[in-house]
Design a protein around this ligand. Structure first.
Ligand SMILES: NC(=O)C1=CN([C@@H]2O[C@H](COP(=O)(O)OP(=O)(O)OC[C@H]3O[C@@H](n4cnc5c(N)ncnc54)[C@H](O)[C@@H]3O)[C@@H](O)[C@H]2O)C=CC1
Ligand SMILES: O=C([O-])CC(=O)C(=O)O
Length: 331
């Protein structure tokens, strides 16, 4: 008889929040790690939200997912991350009224220092970490720096939502189907300085560069629409993107574990190896392929002056965030 696969321990922080609620049921249904891998869920929350997370756990039970082995709810990171194979760090401190950027970095620096240390102590050897909570890139930088025994490349931040938004906008503009668009790229920070790049894209039978030649559309429509989409959703919905963010987080981990299609790549924020002139160690978004369970930055892309300027601007923002958390002693 074939042995059944070992269950994967998946920890979701911010499990009682909107993204957590949109992600957990799909994870338990097998959409993230595939239909053969049993799932053990660990929901990590702050004490005041533990009761709400327990309610979500009851609903997960009630869904009778065949792959779902067990669920635990914790407010202690060392218990929530114990033996974890995949950690989705969704919970973070949101910006509140009157809060300065420095205050936000400080509040989150604290959270991601504690979580990085706990992961370092108790996570499974091959743990994969995805930071969703904003400021995602710098939170991932802080967590990675506080987990010296985990290889830095296992810490990533989510720019797949930006990547998916770029595909959707290009599909809408070109008339091509989403499935016929490949090789878009997000560079830099998950913020309004990000650079969505279509110069290397394939759009059906056409090239992204053909569409990029229309500089008016590119600079006044496409780039700002993708880069400011999060704010536009907040404006329209009165709440930030939740289902699309959960969807992107699931896409990210799915491709990390199961691979990217041969003809395509995706975008992930991960510690720079110095590629494309991005300072080593900064958690910056790149076009990447997933090969044998690891991300590899796509190499050899020609970066013209138009793109260079925009990548550099977003990287400069990441450097200033890094300098701020360094100044506060988090890294
Ligand atoms: N990278 C991306 O593409 C996106 C990132 N986001 C970010 O994702 C984060 C979560 O968004 P939502 O789920 O909508 O927020 P939410 O406010 O609905 O939920 C956040 C949850 O995190 C919990 N939490 C806070 N600190 C925690 C900690 N130290 N440990 C465990 N849990 C903690 C809260 O109790 C709350 O239940 C926000 O920072 C948001 O800005 C949102 C959309 C896209
Ligand atoms: O600012 C937020 O919370 C939302 C966000 O990151 C996005 O939708 O890209």
């Amino acid at each position: 008889m074939a042995q059944s696969p070992t269950p994967a321990v998946v920890t979701v922080t911010g499990a009682a929040g909107s993204i957590g609620y949109a992600a957990l049921f799909r994870i338990a249904a097998g959409e993230m790690l595939g239909p053969d891998i049993p799932i053990r869920l660990r929901l990590l929350e702050i004490p005041s939200a533990v009761s709400a997370a327990e309610g979500t756990a009851m609903e997960l039970d009630d869904s009778a997912f065949p792959l779902l082995r067990d669920i635990e709810v914790h407010d202690d990171p060392k218990r929530g991350f114990d033996g974890t194979d995949v950690a989705l760090l969704i919970g973070s401190r949101p910006r509140s009224k009157g809060m300065e950027r420095g205050d936000l970095l400080a509040a989150n620096g604290q959270i991601f220092t504690v979580q990085g240390r706990a992961l370092n102590q108790v996570a499974a050897d091959g743990v994969r970490v995805l930071v969703v909570g904003n400021p995602a890139n710098t939170n991932a930088l802080v967590a990675a720096n506080n987990a010296p025994d985990i290889p830095a490349e296992r810490f990533t931040a989510l720019t797949r939502l930006d990547h998916n938004r770029a595909i959707a906008q290009l599909a809408r503009h070109s008339g091509a189907a989403v499935k016929d668009i490949s090789r878009v790229a997000i560079w830099g920070n998950h913020s309004s300085t990000q650079y969505p790049d279509i110069f290397h894209a394939r759009v059906g039978e056409r090239s992204g560069a053909e569409f990029a030649a229309d500089r008016e559309w590119l600079t006044r429509d496409f780039i700002p629409t993708v880069a400011n989409r999060g704010s536009a959703i907040i404006e329209a919905r009165g709440a930030s993107s939740a289902a699309s963010a959960a969807n992107a987080a699931i896409d990210h981990v799915h491709d990390w574990v199961l691979g990217t299609p041969d003809h395509d790549w995706t975008s992930v924020a991960l510690p720079s190896t110095g590629a494309y002139g991005v300072p080593e160690g900064l958690v910056s978004s790149f076009p990447v392929r997933s090969v044998d369970g690891s991300w590899q930055i796509v190499d050899g892309l020609q970066i013209d002056d138009f793109s260079r300027k925009r990548i550099d601007a977003s990287v400069a923002e990441l450097e200033s965030e890094r300098d701020a958390v360094r100044g506060m002693g988090f890294i």
